[in-house]
Design a protein around this ligand. Structure first.
Ligand code: ARG
Length: 598
């Protein structure tokens, strides 16, 4: 049951009596501060102009038209005309009981499912992946899971950067600087080193020496035999794009190794994609795209280049350079065309760093001019991950994929945490070494993901192992611990929870803390709607954190195993059960696992 949706459904006919434009008024029904009730409807104020009566009076007229008797106590009017709604205990208890017996714990699938393509992760294959790509991966995966659970058709597509200049750099590096033994031994690490070295020399030649694999004093001698390296790299790139045999052969040789290194990271993160159609996949469509865009009168030639001029932007979007080469934007246009032809999505979401927002604004405007006007194109942008020094976070140098060391460190910290928790148990340590390691993997990876997901995605955030592993805050370990505590109750009481669940045991709300927990549990469905509304997984982490706190309040005031009556004991066990299942499921939608004990 979606409480808010149900209330809005009830308000609709009552509001329709006053105005035709009901939707904005329905948005004014919201959860309220507990002291005022459960929900508050603030629609009487805007209605006063239409009705021509003072808002309190409008509120009264509205209440008279509402049919809420089965689910709410009599509504009250407060202040200038707020309508306060308090759900009936019996109705809440009934809804909670239904959620207990429902596999979807009370979340109905979407009434009108949509088709979404989600473009996320998309690292550049030849370069080390950076922490921003984790952010994209983790946010994209959470959206994929949540939309899918809500019954939408979701297609995930990893738009790998597997083409273009970065490969020109690696090919050049391979031809001129490779260490054959290292390459044989560990191709991906060597290719990453070559990429960084070529980058370093190009920067050196541009007068901006940056750190890289070569010691600074050796840079001049490395650079000298390769004057104008950037030009040479572009030539290698052009040779690859033209399909010249040697470069194409090298590309085909490098790709499997690079991909398998990436997949190791994805496996560890528990992320998989329906498709991985990288930039290279679109190569043979590019010239036709440019022709078509030109034919439709959307692009024009300017100084030898083909450009799409877009109103709001002074600089056009170039789709073919004067030397005939294509750009990132051209590939993105081809990708939109392909996705529309193949999947006919209602929406395409691009989970990409905020630094690309101008690219996407132009791309979407260009796509609309080109004729793709009835698809929602959305840049689900996110902020920069900062180090504790408040500068963009950098993964450890020499880490080929750039991320394994981060994952290892998170898991190592979680291992220490697991040992600490285990050793402090009053009954003495309970976990074997293997169990501690298992806990560490789930908690460590979970902590890393949760830290990312719990941030408002549009803000920058500071990456801190200490914070993400804290047991007392809005973190994965806190949520995972709340889950294991519930499991601990069943173990302690010898409770067979699934039998209890199926036994149609009624929920009894005898204490305010029980009631509050029931309301919190029934708001799960609302939280998922909030995630989807603006593609913000942080809505779900905040919800889960509130739920866990409400649960603690309940647990402190309401004995479960020692409840006063058997009826109460069973009811409370089921509230615990629903809490644990909501946490487990909510975390699962975020791509985070749980363990039964820790
Ligand atoms: N490979 C790009 C990068 O790492 C991200 C690609 C995002 N997706 C897209 N369709 N442009 O910056």
């Amino acid at each position: 049951m979606n409480l808010l949706a149900e209330l809005r459904r009830r308000f609709r006919p009552a509001l329709a009596h006053f105005t035709a434009d009901v939707d904005p008024l329905l948005d004014m029904i919201r959860p309220s501060q507990p002291q005022h009730g459960d929900y508050q409807a603030n629609c009487a104020m805007p209605l006063q102009k239409i009705v021509g009566r003072p808002p309190r009076e409008v509120a009264q007229q509205l209440i008279e038209r509402l049919e809420l008797d089965d689910l709410c106590e009599a509504p009250t009017i407060a202040g200038p005309g707020f309508i306060n709604l308090r759900l009936k205990d019996a109705w809440l208890a009934e809804q909670a009981g239904q959620a207990v017996r429902d596999e979807r714990i009370g979340v109905a699938p979407a009434e009108s499912p949509r088709t979404y393509v989600i473009d996320y992760s998309a690292p550049n294959v030849a370069k080390p992946m950076h922490v921003g790509h984790i952010r994209s991966t983790v946010i994209g995966d959470a959206l994929y899971r949540t939309l899918g659970f809500l019954g939408h058709r979701v297609i995930s597509d990893n738009h790998l950067g597997d083409w273009g200049k970065q490969f020109g750099m690696v090919i050049y590096g391979y031809k001129h600087f490779r260490d054959e033994a290292r390459y044989q031994d560990d191709p991906v690490t060597e290719l990453a080193r070559l990429y960084q070295l070529v980058h370093q020399i190009i920067e050196h030649q541009a007068g901006k020496p940056t750190r890289g694999p070569a010691p600074l004093d050796q840079l001049p001698s490395l650079s000298e035999p390769h004057p104008n390296l950037e030009r040479r790299v572009l030539d290698e790139t052009a040779r690859l794009h033209r399909g010249e045999e040697e470069n194409l052969r090298l590309w085909k040789e490098f790709m499997p190794a690079c991909l398998s290194a990436l997949h190791q990271v994805y496996d560890r993160l528990g992320v998989r994609f329906d498709h991985e159609l990288g930039e290279s996949y679109y190569d043979d469509r590019l010239s036709k795209v440019v022709e078509d865009v030109q034919a439709k009168g959307v692009a024009e030639e300017s100084e030898g280049a083909i450009c799409i001029f877009i109103h709001e932007f002074p600089a056009p979007m170039i789709i073919r350079k004067s030397d005939g080469s294509f750009l990132y934007a051209t590939t993105d246009l081809a990708t939109i065309q392909y996705r529309m032809e193949t999947w006919r999505p209602d929406a395409i979401l691009y989970v990409v760093d905020h630094r690309q927002s101008e690219h996407f604004e132009k791309l979407f405007a260009a796509a609309r001019l080109w004729g793709y006007s009835d698809v929602e194109l959305m840049h689900v942008s996110f902020g920069t991950v900062m180090g504790e020094d408040k500068r963009p976070f950098k993964a450890r140098e020499g880490d080929p994929v750039g991320l394994e060391s981060l994952l290892d460190e998170a898991v190592e910290r979680a291992y220490r945490l697991a040992c600490e928790i285990d050793e402090k148990k009053p009954e003495g340590p309970q976990l074997s070494e293997a169990e501690r390691r298992e806990v560490a993997e789930v908690v460590g990876i979970g902590a890393l993901k949760y830290a990312d997901l719990s941030q408002n995605r549009t803000s920058d955030y500071v990456f801190s192992f200490d914070k993400m592993c804290a047991l007392d805050g809005n973190t994965a370990p806190y949520m995972q611990m709340a889950y294991t505590r519930v499991c601990g109750i069943y173990r302690k009481g010898g409770v067979d929870i699934s039998t209890l669940r199926d036994a149609e045991t009624p929920i009894v709300l005898s204490h305010p803390a029980e009631r509050q927990l029931a309301v919190a549990l029934l708001r799960y469905s609302e939280a998922l709607d909030e995630v989807v509304k603006d593609y913000r997984p942080s809505q779900l982490t905040s919800y889960l954190f509130d739920l866990a706190k409400t649960y603690s309040g309940f647990f402190e005031s309401c004995p479960v195993l020692k409840a006063e009556t058997e009826e109460l004991r069973r009811s409370r066990l089921l509230l615990c059960d629903l809490t644990a299942r909501t946490i487990k499921q909510g975390l699962d939608l975020l791509g985070i696992g749980v363990v039964d004990k820790m």
